[in-house]
Design a protein around this ligand. Structure first.
Ligand code: HGY
Ligand code: MN
Ligand code: MN
Length: 412
């Protein structure tokens, strides 16, 4: 099979998609169901139509673009990722797996390969947690780990529910219909930038992911009486922001005491009310992300944080409420797919190494309903979720070539 990747075309398409954004280049902001996201979806959908793929979209906007195999009744081999982007992000996170997955399919079509199993590109809705506070909404619904009640329960900052927003964006129908039937996928593969420094530091072109870290996120709201910044003396204060500052440091202490570098946590959102320099903060909203590849260790950190919150609330006389948004298990990738990726590397004499993913991905949930694994390509300085995120056209094409080989093996 003679597969060749059209590197320049793929690079052009990645840059064209990057310009569909709410902020000027090189940054990308494309939050789910915003006009930029909908324009990005149209761009990808049209590329899939130009490639002659059969398109469908489900009630939450997951897009499926299928190349029918000679045995269309067999479970398909799927690949894909996401195109939504957090605020002030880079242009490669997710899009490499979507446009690279499409190019892998186009390259197989050009090579004359005829798959027995259909090969399907998936573009997942809301991989990023930006709008609804939880990541991977589309793949959670596909995997059945999130039921239709999420449509009402998850709301954005303006109080719009997922159901209201998706229907306004044109995605109708019950969320209960999103879940994929058992056995829908024979295998799932996701090409993604590493979002870490390992491959570049070790100068290895490809990473075959064997496990994906277990993410958890919690929302903490802290309330105090507030008051005048001049009139209220320090001993009488119950400053909600100072309690929040202690909480953020307690999160860091809980993680550092886990005994493993694989435990990480981030207090990434901090909103102070009323946000006036001469008014003592009366309310603070925190969002905290805690991860580890070991679920027991991660859950121990969550318990330590809980205990610390209670002590801080007591000592500072503030009311503290916590809500665990999600606490997911880690994913073990499947040997069937790992082996297909390994053989793909071998066929092309590509150096690779086995590694874990510290970022979460839609593969975390697809691995619940299909054998799944990921293929990483290096990103410069390991930087991601920043406008200077970068992966070279050569590194991307190299990953797409191996992805195409693995797809072909699994589909024949
Ligand atoms: O946060 C993550 O790990 C992913 O990039 N959404
Ligand atoms: Mn991301
Ligand atoms: Mn991603």
């Amino acid at each position: 099979m003679n597969v060749s990747i059209h590197q320049d075309r793929l690079n052009r398409e990645l840059h064209e998609l990057a310009l569909i954004s709410d902020v000027p280049a090189p940054a990308v902001t494309r939050v789910v169901f915003t006009p930029a996201d909908l324009r990005g979806r149209t761009f990808v959908r049209e590329l899939c139509q130009d490639a002659g793929l059969q398109i469908r979209e489900d009630a939450v906007g997951n897009l499926f673009a299928r190349w029918a195999g000679s045995k269309p009744e067999l479970p398909a081999v799927a690949t894909g990722s996401h195109i939504d982007a957090i605020p002030n992000a880079g242009m490669f996170d997710g899009t490499v797996g979507v446009l690279g997955g499409l190019e892998a399919i186009r390259a197989l079509v050009r090579s004359g390969f005829q798959p027995r199993r259909s090969i399907e590109l998936l573009v997942f809705t809301a991989e990023e947690p930006t709008r609804f506070g939880v990541g991977c909404l589309g793949s959670r619904l596909l995997a059945g780990t999130l039921d239709a009640s999420g449509g009402e329960r998850f709301k954005d900052r303006d109080g719009n529910s997922l159901d209201e927003v998706r229907i306004k964006a044109g995605f109708h129908g019950p969320l209960s219909g999103v879940r994929l039937p058992a056995g829908y996928c024979h295998a799932f593969l996701e090409l993604h930038i590493e979002q870490g420094p390992v491959l570049e530091q070790q100068q290895i072109g490809l990473g075959i992911v064997t496990a994906i870290a277990a993410p958890a996120s919690l929302r903490v709201s802290i309330e105090g009486p507030g008051g005048h910044a001049g009139a209220v003396l320090m001993p009488q204060r119950h400053d909600a922001f100072l309690a929040a500052a202690e909480i953020a440091l307690a999160v860091e202490a809980a993680v550092l005491s886990s005994g493993s570098e694989d435990t990480v946590a981030t207090t990434g959102v901090c909103e102070v009310f009323p946000g006036a320099v001469n008014s003592i903060p009366s309310r603070v909203h925190l969002e905290i992300d805690v991860r580890d590849i070991d679920q027991t260790r991660r859950d121990e950190v969550l318990r330590k944080i809980d205990r610390a919150l209670a002590a801080i609330a007591l000592r500072r006389g503030t009311a503290i409420q916590t809500e665990i948004i999600n606490a997911d298990p880690p994913a073990r990738c499947d040997q069937l797919v790992i082996e297909a990726l390994r053989r793909g590397c071998q066929i092309h004499g590509a150096a690779y190494e086995f590694m874990i993913s510290r970022a979460y991905h839609d593969s975390l949930f697809m691995s619940l309903i299909a054998p799944a694994a990921m293929l990483f390509i290096p990103c410069r300085g390991g930087v991601s979720h920043r406008p200077d995120e970068y992966s070279s056209p050569e590194a991307i094409a190299h990953g797409v070539l191996v992805l195409a080989e693995a797809l072909a093996q699994l589909a024949e």
